[in-house]
Design a protein around this ligand. Structure first.
Ligand SMILES: Cc1ncc(COP(=O)(O)O)c(C=O)c1O
Ligand SMILES: N[C@@H](CCCC[NH3+])C(=O)O
Length: 435
């Protein structure tokens, strides 16, 4: 059984709880589809990450990768936990600002930041810009000279490490759209240009090898390559980096047959590698930054849907359809991502019906989960897809002109609406009729 269920309880009526709140009550009060987060899980994960670094006695920074789930309430929550965050667009930066998130704790990523985005970031006195390419480097150099404004920067490097994950979410290999290539010397060239730029204050280097990674080897390999880069920079350019940012990507459990490593296994391995290489090379141990997204929010939410139609194809498959789908969770269609599901209103009934869960979108690929063992489903039941806290709501769309779902935060038996359900009026609010 997924971590989700052991985290959550079931009440006497056989209803699944989230943060102590009965999911059938949530469905009644807020409607479906609905994302329901247990915020205590988010907080606990952050505390856990912090404790690993504290124990290792190294300087560190945890920067929540807000693309995983970015709303006003989420930035507020992260801020209360006193960690940094990273953004990848003006929209995320604007949301963080509106939430009162301190701009000096924000890093800005992106492989094609526009002049308007860079200007907005400089207007906010953003904490750090992670420069991705030569075009951005010259834009930022020019902008900061025009404004006579200093800004902290790092460069994103592609270390030439292939993480073992879906190819669409693997980013550390040489053949990637992200970052300066390490092997061909582009990273060195970028450093030289930054050191010559009067208003760019170079902190160090960043890499991110991919997402939903289950083995330490890729992280250790990346830490090794990046440390050698920093050591080389000191020898070649007399530049001593103060920060090594190793990105996010720590895998979480979505299904029973997945067995992810605990975050401490990944992080301890990274810390060990960095410490060893710094002492062996007499290089001051840099501040280690990580950018977890999925591992902070992924297991904290479930998606709730109402079961509608069903279809049984003799000797082939039984389908049930729910009132959401690829518009609120594109991951199965995009990455063949697997999830576990339960009938949240029938948790105490035997799960002996094998069904596949279809969405309501006009695409055959709109499936949320295949071959699930559920209590016998009927129309009106409440289906929960587990572990949907990361890259669910943040990747939601209005495909087929379906409104995007609402989001609630739950804790200690109480719920709070943090994103309203889109209305039909919202669906047409940007459209303009012909004259
Ligand atoms: C630069 C960067 N940092 C951090 C992350 C977060 O990754 P994850 O959600 O897998 O921890 C991503 C997304 O893959 C990313 O592109
Ligand atoms: N969106 C992806 C993760 C990659 C995102 C960021 N580089 C997912 O749902 O798994």
């Amino acid at each position: 059984m997924s971590t989700q269920i052991s985290e959550r309880q079931v009440n006497e009526a056989g209803h699944l709880l989230v943060g102590g709140v009965d999911t059938t009550q949530l469905a009644k009060e807020y409607g479906t589809p609905l994302f329901a987060y247990d915020t205590s899980i988010i907080r606990r994960q952050i505390t856990h990450f912090k404790a690993i670094f504290e124990k290792a006695n190294v300087k560190y920074q945890i920067s929540y990768a807000s693309k995983a789930f970015a709303t006003l309430a989420m930035y507020q929550l992260i801020n209360k936990e006193n960690i940094h965050c990273d953004v990848v667009s003006e929209g995320e930066l604007y949301t963080a600002k509106q939430a009162g998130f301190p701009m000096n704790k924000v890093s800005f990523h992106g492989n094609n930041k526009s002049i308007s985005e860079l200007t907005f970031a400089l207007d906010q006195n953003i904490g750090c810009i992670i420069i991705d390419n030569f075009y951005e480097l010259s834009l930022l150099d020019q902008l900061t000279q025009d404004r006579k404004q200093k800004v902290d920067v790092m460069i994103r490097v592609t270390p030439g490490i292939s993480a073992h994950t879906h190819e669409y979410i693997s980013t550390g290999q040489e053949d990637s759209k992200f970052g300066f290539d390490l092997n061909s010397g582009q990273a060195d060239q970028a450093l030289e240009q930054i050191l010559a730029a009067p208003y760019l204050n170079m902190l160090g280097a960043h890499c991110h090898i991919g997402s939903q990674i289950f083995a330490t080897a890729g992280f250790v390999g990346a830490a090794d390559k990046m440390m050698h880069l920093l050591i080389d920079w000191q020898a070649k350019f007399n530049f001593t980096a103060s920060v090594l940012n190793l990105g996010g990507g720590f895998g979480i459990q979505y299904t029973d047959d997945e067995n992810p490593l605990a975050p401490e296994t990944f992080i301890s391995a990274i810390i060990e590698e960095v410490k060893q290489l710094s002492s062996k090379n007499n290089f001051p141990c840099p501040e280690i930054w990580i950018e977890p997204g999925r591992s902070i929010v992924g297991s904290a939410a479930i998606s709730l849907y109402t079961v509608g139609s069903s279809k049984s194809i003799p000797n082939i498959r039984d389908y049930i359809a729910v009132d959401g789908g690829m518009g609120d969770n594109i991951r199965p269609a995009l990455y063949e991502a697997k999830y576990e599901t339960v009938l949240a209103n029938k948790m105490n009934e035997p799960a002996n019906s094998k069904v596949s869960v279809a969405g309501k979108y006009c695409e055959s690929g709109d499936m949320l989960a295949w071959d699930q063992m559920l209590a016998k489903p009927t129309a009106g039941d409440l289906l929960a897809v587990l572990d949907t806290g990361a890259y669910g709501y943040s990747m939601a769309s209005n495909y087929n002109r379906n409104p995007r779902p609402a989001v609630v935060f739950c804790e200690d038996g109480k719920s709070q609406l943090v994103v309203k359900r889109e209305s039909l009026a919202d669906i047409v609010k940007l459209d303009i009729t012909l004259n």
